[in-house]
Design a binder for this molecule. Structure first.
Ligand SMILES: *Cc1c(COP(=O)(O)O)cnc(C)c1O
Length: 342
């Protein structure tokens, strides 16, 4: 098997991170939970509040530049971190960004439509389209194709970052690199806990750490679909990624773990376990998590510990994927009143 950096060097890459993200030990939580807990700070990837999409965009922007595109088209939830980070990356390389906002979460308050990533995308100067459905990946991608066609008629050249399966998962390459980066920092661990949404992060990370020789379980915490659907999706992402890299998939289907105990009440909504996890990380370690992804992921770690899938004394890696601007959009939803007056 060729080295990871040799495999990755076949793909054009825009350098958005510049340096490895920190790996930190969480001393107080380690003591409270009786595990050896480490956090990979991919909330600190830089570029407009950071997050996991910066790694994924290194390969998408690399491809867009290789294709001499002048505009990046992307679709996502109204509070999409991917769209906001794509707008920042496009700005950095002198490209336009068109963000398509899908209605994925019903019944949100006005802040959801004005604050957080919406506000930041406005500052970054992105153009915006709307898509009325939040569960139609094929339709959302087709709307981007139609937009690209319109732009082509005006002499513009677009690069589409697709949402649906069936496209080469270039973004997952960023987490093959991220997994290898972590392996070099940490050496090994007994289990890792990562979010699992589109699957680019989970699939790329699992591939990266396996290629780096780490065999410990990687638990994907479901943020969008139930565990069975997400596992099936992961298999597809992992197969497409292996095909893209021209290697056999470096793990079997029984090595894909998905856990959905913190998913309720659904995508983009924080249930009690998620809210408690967000509060606990903030008040024990001073580290902020977001309500849609990273707090759910930490809630997953706590759930796996409770169920015995993670056990006392183990060295555990938690991947912090960022998403922090959404905190402001969910301010009323989360309803933290502060600790109160003395
Ligand atoms: C998009 C996102 C995820 C999920 O990553 P996928 O690669 O889509 O599975 C996790 N955390 C944050 C903060 C995100 O923005």
């Amino acid at each position: 098997m060729p080295r990871i950096d040799t495999l990755l060097s076949a793909f054009p890459r825009a350098s958005l991170l510049g340096q490895p993200t920190p790996l930190e030990r969480l001393g107080r939580l380690s003591e409270e939970l009786d595990i050896d807990l480490w956090i990979k700070r991919d909330d600190l990837t830089g570029l407009s509040f950071g997050g996991n999409k910066t790694r994924q965009l290194e390969y998408y922007i690399g491809a867009a530049r290789a294709a001499a595109a002048d505009t990046i088209l992307i679709t996502g939830a109204v509070q999409s971190n991917f769209a906001r980070t794509a707008a920042a990356a496009a700005a950095k390389y002198g490209m336009h960004a068109v963000l398509q906002r899908e209605e994925r979460v019903a019944g949100m308050d006005p802040l959801y439509y004005s604050s957080g990533n919406i506000f930041l995308s406005d500052i970054l100067g992105a153009d915006v389209m709307r898509y009325p459905d939040g569960e139609d990946e094929v339709g959302a991608d087709a709307a981007l194709e139609a937009c690209a066609e319109d732009l082509r008629a005006k002499g513009r050249s677009s690069y589409i970052i697709p949402l649906g399966l069936g496209h080469p998962p270039l973004g997952a390459l960023g987490y093959v690199q991220g997994g290898a980066e972590l392996a070099a920092q940490i050496g090994g661990f007994d289990a890792a806990v990562v979010p699992s949404g589109s699957g680019a992060t989970h699939g790329g990370f699992l591939t990266g750490v396996r290629l780096a020789g780490i065999t410990a379980p990687v638990f994907g915490i479901c943020v969008r679909r139930d565990a069975a659907l997400q596992k099936a999706r992961l298999e597809q992402v992992a197969d497409a990624l292996a095909t893209l890299m021209g290697i056999p998939r470096p793990f079997g289907c029984d090595d894909i773990f998905t856990w959905d105990g913190a998913l309720a009440p659904g995508y983009g909504r924080a249930g009690p376990a998620t809210r408690t996890a967000l509060q606990r990380m903030a008040r024990t370690e001073g580290i902020l998590l977001d309500p849609v992804y990273s707090a759910k992921t930490f809630a997953g770690l706590l759930g796996l510990l409770k169920e015995g899938a993670i056990t006392k004394g183990q060295k555990i890696l938690l991947l912090h994927t960022g998403g922090l601007p959404a905190l402001f959009a969910y301010q009323n939803d989360l309803g933290f009143g502060g600790a109160g007056a003395l």
